[in-house]
Design a protein around this ligand. Structure first.
Ligand code: 5GP
Length: 203
């Protein structure tokens, strides 16, 4: 039975610790991350081509019109999206591919790739979310408030997610380990092994 990588979508409110968890997962070389394209301005902690590919709004709209994106969304006034070519390339590497994206994009991925695992990463409580976001120091007050509002709106789509992982204070490694376990169990799901099932039973 040949194993192929899983498509893992990780979403969560700003301040849920997604960046830290993704970095921990990437220490294992069976994981890789998709680099998104965005029209937002780079922050001081961004590295173009590494954290994002930065484009203008006009360029982003062209990518939408040309059907280049597997999913996209507008979030707090900016566009974010995943090129189809990025996903196809990463999937063919056989690695577990992480998409760190917001909820609207996550649902588009689930309808295009039903085998994708949707994981919701949550801070332990609202105060932690608020203080993590403010402590980051790279967003303006207006941006922080918009992100807190977006977090409440995003929560409405939580029932569409397969799993929820709580990122407790100071326990990021534990949260990453929970995600590794989810991915391991998922590698045995019938959806993930549909090629094997089809071949074996000559369906
Ligand atoms: P930030 O501006 O903090 O880097 O990202 C804002 C939000 O956009 C986060 O929730 C992040 O997960 C989401 N995001 C980043 N890249 C993508 C993408 O390619 N598609 C979608 N739909 N959301 C994304």
């Amino acid at each position: 039975m040949t194993s192929k990588g899983s498509l893992i979508v990780i979403s969560g409110p700003a301040g849920s610790g997604k960046g830290t968890i993704v970095k921990l997962l990437l220490q294992d070389e069976s994981y890789t991350v998709s680099i998104s394209t965005t029209s937002r301005q780079p922050r001081s902690d961004d590295i173009p081509g590494v954290t994002y590919n930065f484009v203008s709004s006009e360029e982003f709209i062209d990518m939408i019109s040309n059907g280049e994106l597997a999913e996209f969304a507008e979030y707090v006034g900016n566009f974010y999206g995943t090129p189809i070519s990025t996903i196809t390339e990463l999937i063919s590497s056989g690695k577990n591919v992480i998409l760190e994206i917001e909820t609207q994009g996550a649902l588009q991925i689930k309808s295009r790739f039903p085998e994708a695992i949707l994981i919701w990463l949550s801070p332990p409580d609202y105060d932690t979310l608020d203080s993590r976001l403010r402590g980051r120091g790279t967003n303006t007050d207006e941006d922080i408030n918009k992100r807190l509002t977006a977090a409440r709106r995003e929560l409405q789509l939580l029932p569409y997610y397969d799993y929820i992982v709580i990122n407790e204070k100071g326990k990021a490694e534990e949260a990453a380990e929970k995600i590794r376990k989810i991915v391991e169990v998922n590698s045995m799901s019938t959806k993930q092994n549909s090629d094997f099932v089809r071949e074996f039973y000559k369906l």
